[in-house]
Design a protein around this ligand. Structure first.
Ligand SMILES: *Cc1c(COP(=O)(O)O)cnc(C)c1O
Ligand code: SF4
Length: 347
């Protein structure tokens, strides 16, 4: 299913010349362990080999900064282990659960929030799945199952079908959400057969993960259309990443391109405080300025909600510079996107 992926310096060097620093980082990684190195040939083909700062390259090729200890960073930034009700099932919000069905991905993102576990296991098995589904069926307040990982599309069609079948058989479950980065890393994984499987277990929402417009190749567009033309809604989550997409032109281009393809930009995440991710984090006040510069200029359809996942696992909160610039007992003063202000009565 994954046509080809590369995991070593030698393999990578047949596509691009690694810098000395990148080679050192890859060697450090092989000594220390951690989130593995793996990049699909497809994703590599989208990288400009001449540019050491290519925005896709920076997402998947390790840098020395990955090994720098930063005091405020946390092994499990979202406190998922504390909210794990049975192994690999995270129940943080009342009406929905997160099912981590595999730790494997087609390529590994160096900023991954679950880098403590992703690509390293333990890999969930059928026994874990059965226990998770018993929990979901016993907690009838749960209406939605979010299938994530790792990347659930790494499973073969048969396993995906069994998984969907089992979840669909639980009467309290309405929506199934399927989080995947396969549209980015290996778009040909979206076969007609896979789409037919998804269609049998509707309502299913596919949530993609695109961070940069260069990640959308012609094959990617075809894969997205396969889904949306068959009535499978696709939403996108992006991560705000320093020197990769932290400017209004790149984000505008990304969100417009996705909306054109009928992928609704859903969340833009501030990068979580996983270990060794400082080089990816945009300082928060600058991030808020950036978000402000998009609002109003970009159609509401194109605009995702900028969120921070509160460290410790207290949920995602939307972040935006407040439009309320003044307040008294009668009214508030609101500022529009172009800077004009007016009062609005409180009663
Ligand atoms: C993000 C997340 C969800 C989904 O949250 P939405 O705001 O509905 O997208 C559910 N469970 C966990 C544990 C999450 O981290
Ligand atoms: S695809 Fe998702 S789970 Fe896999 S490494 Fe990237 S961010 Fe982490």
């Amino acid at each position: 299913m994954i046509k080809k992926s590369l995991r070593t310096i030698q393999e990578l060097e047949s596509y691009l010349t690694l810098t000395v620093a990148e080679k050192e980082a890859i060697l450090t990684l092989s000594q220390r362990g951690g989130l593995p190195l793996r990049i699909t040939q497809h994703y590599l083909s989208l990288i400009n080999p001449q540019d050491p700062n290519d925005p896709l390259r920076l997402q998947v090729i390790p840098q020395q900064a990955e090994f720098k200890p930063v005091e405020l960073e946390r092994r499990d930034p979202l406190g998922e282990e504390d909210h794990e009700v049975v192994p690999h099932l995270v129940h943080r919000y009342p009406d929905r659960v997160l099912l981590l069905i595999t730790d494997r991905c087609a390529s590994y993102c160096r900023f991954c929030t679950r880098k403590r576990w992703v690509g390293q296991g333990p890999t969930p098995n059928l026994n874990h799945l059965e226990k998770a589904l018993v929990y979901v069926a016993e907690h009838t307040e749960i209406k939605e199952v979010i299938i994530s990982g790792g990347d659930p599309m790494i499973l073969d069609d048969k396993k995906i079908e069994i998984l969907l079948q089992k979840i669909r058989a639980i009467p309290n479950i309405d929506v199934i959400r399927f989080h995947t980065r396969m549209l980015t890393f290996e778009p040909t994984r979206i076969t007609d057969k896979l789409v037919e499987i998804f269609k049998k277990y509707q309502p299913i929402y596919i949530v993609s993960h695109f961070n940069h417009p260069n990640e959308i190749a012609p094959e990617t567009e075809q894969a997205i259309l396969k889904l949306v033309d068959q009535g499978l809604p696709v939403l996108n989550q992006a991560v705000l990443l320093k020197n990769i997409n932290d400017n209004s032109e790149t984000l505008t281009q990304l969100f417009r391109k996705l909306t054109h393809l009928r992928v609704r930009p859903y969340y833009l995440h501030q990068c979580d405080i996983a270990p060794g991710t400082e080089q990816f984090r945009v300082p928060l006040l600058r991030a808020l300025e950036l978000v402000k510069s998009l609002r109003g200029h970009l159609s509401g359809l194109c605009l995702p909600t900028f969120v921070i996942d509160i460290p410790g696992g207290f949920g995602k909160v939307p972040m935006f510079p407040s439009p309320i610039v003044a307040q008294n007992s009668d009214c508030i003063t609101l500022e529009g996107f172009a800077g004009e202000q007016a009062n609005y009565p409180l009663q």
